[in-house]
Design a protein around this ligand. Structure first.
Ligand code: NAD
Length: 491
């Protein structure tokens, strides 16, 4: 059988380089690494591999732009106009962006397009927010006036993962730039392609040189990510990635007392009670774990189902999971594409094998038929999963779901809270009182009641327990990227 091939996007660059102080540059030591296409697992482009010296150059450029350039001194309205232009350009290049993202990451093209639109919306949202920003002022009659002087902090280090890379980068770039900071972005090494579009977009929108800098490469000690975290002139690190990487970064940033925002892993429960709208709950929980190839931080990867509807739920869920369309990432009818990288594929497949020892398999469980090459995993459903099973406790980050029965609301809550993570929770019930009480007690940063995973960008985004530290979203992002100086005046 011939190996699968996906459609190569048009206008690919010859190679992926760093962008420092308004110039495209190679690594100072000339080092590069191969970037793989997830359908063939063959290298299709090389990227510059940044080290300490490249980070030093990027931080120096960002610092110069911060100390001497116009960006932090512009009126919010002026920066806002430029951010709106960025949003317009991202929107107008949505198809190109989606094609690149899909080819590089294996995400289905329709979903990659949705993420490109969301990236534009992130910029638009923070462009609006920054001009609407109000700060506190307090008067003690006859004695004192106090007000808050909000200031950008300096050079922000942004470190991002490979799932929905462009969108997640925009979620950090939007508020960091809106508030007047200068940035160094270190995108994920598995998926550096779409980030290489930012410099062109920013130049066209009028972002001054040095405000945005991009260094590609790995995260480990001595490489780009680690060097950014340990750079003394980078007072802020916004990180999204695995919980154990977050722990390492936390330790490495400690000697410098850096500001940290940590968006980490998850193993989020979807709790389906007997009185739920079953059709809606099944559709949403299928989408919740199989969209974005299951490589979604807020995936509802543990489904807890009340005993009275358990058998029916399992039968209907398994049948629907088998109908999820696996295909080439560029095919508009594809619902699950190829996982990002062979290393990640091996990890997900190892959990599929572990699951076969721990629980009952009712759908998937290996490569889908007709996909003998590339990082393809069939949508996989395990049922009767015990809470001490590894597939119940550990983040798999692929199209694999664990279904567990429960009898009472108390048991459902205990099961929901029984992992180290606390990112999201989904609750399906027609009893409004129960829904709100459950939301109050579930250990999750975000809860969706009878709802799909759709967010309002004004709300806080972040997790509790091992899922994160701090919140982004709305004015919380503005708070993270600014110092709030209190000024007191005696009357
Ligand atoms: P990862 O932690 O392996 O890598 C993330 C980024 O950190 C990459 O750019 C990597 O190069 C860099 N990095 C690695 N080691 C580093 C170090 N020592 N110092 C500095 N940088 C370092 O994560 P991943 O595999 O790319 O992403 C998947 C994970 O991200 C999952 O756990 C997922 O749940 C999580 N995630 C969370 C959210 C959220 O908002 N909570 C969103 C998306 C993804």
């Amino acid at each position: 059988m011939a190996a699968l091939q996906d459609t190569k996007p048009e206008n690919l660059p010859d190679s992926i380089r760093h962008y420092i102080g308004g110039e495209w540059v190679d690594s100072i030591d000339g080092d590069t690494f191969d970037v793989l296409n997830p359908v063939t697992n063959e290298p299709y482009i090389t990227a510059a591999s940044g080290k300490k010296a490249d980070i030093e150059a990027a931080v120096a450029a960002a610092r110069k732009a911060f100390e001497e350039g116009p960006w932090p001194r512009m009126l919010p309205r002026e920066r806002s106009r430029i951010l709106h232009k960025i949003a317009d350009i991202v929107e107008s290049r949505g198809d190109q962006l989606a094609a690149m993202e899909s080819y590089d990451s294996g995400l289905p093209i329709t979903q990659a397009l949705g993420q490109a639109r969301r990236a534009a919306e992130n910029f638009r949202f923070f462009a609006d927010l920054i001009v609407a920003q109000i700060d506190d002022a307090y008067k003690v009659p006859g004695r004192q006036v106090n007000y808050v002087n909000r200031k950008p902090i300096g050079v922000a280090g942004l470190i991002t993962p490979w799932n929905t890379p462009f969108m997640l980068e925009s979620w950090k770039l939007g508020p960091a730039l809106a508030t007047g900071n200068c940035v160094v972005l270190k995108p994920a090494e598995f998926t550096p392609l779409s980030a290489s579009l930012w410099p062109g977009i920013f130049e066209e929108a009028g972002v001054p040189a040095g405000v945005f800098n991009l260094v590609n490469g790995f995260g480990e000690e001595g490489y780009a990510g680690d060097s950014l975290v340990k750079h003394p002139d980078v007072p802020l690190i916004s990180f999204t990635g695995e919980s154990r990487t977050g722990q390492i970064i936390f330790g490495n940033a400690a000697p410098y007392l850096k500001g940290l925002s940590m968006e980490l892993g998850g193993k989020s429960p979807a709790v389906v009670f007997e009185d739920a709208d079953l059709e809606a709950a099944i559709n949403a929980t299928i989408f919740g774990v199989f969209s974005l190839n299951g490589e979604r931080c807020t995936a509802g990867s543990r489904i807890l189902v009340q005993r009275g509807i358990y058998d029916e739920f399992v039968a209907r869920y398994a049948a629907q999971a088998k109908r999820v369309k696996v295909g080439l990432p560029s095919d508009p009818s594809t619902e699950v594409g190829a996982l990002v990288h062979p290393e990640h594929y091996e990890k997900v497949m190892s959990y599929v094998e572990i699951g076969k020892q721990e629980a009952r398999l009712v759908a998937g469980g290996g490569r889908p038929e007709g996909f003998e090459t590339g990082n393809y995993v069939a949508p996989t459903v395990f049922v009767d999963v015990k809470p001490d099973a590894r597939i119940f406790q550990e983040e798999i980050f692929g199209p694999v779901v664990a279904i567990t029965p429960f009898d009472t609301e108390e048991e459902a809550l205990e099961l929901a809270n029984n992992t180290k993570y606390g990112l999201a929770a989904y609750i399906w019930t027609s009893d409004l009182k129960r829904a709100h009480n459950f939301a109050q007690n579930v250990e999750a940063g975000m809860v969706w009641l009878n709802s799909n995973n759709v967010r309002d960008l004004r709300t806080p985004f972040g997790g509790v327990k091992a899922s994160g530290l701090g919140h982004e979203g709305g004015y919380r992002s503005i708070d993270f990227y600014t110092d709030q100086q209190a000024v007191h005046i005696n009357l």
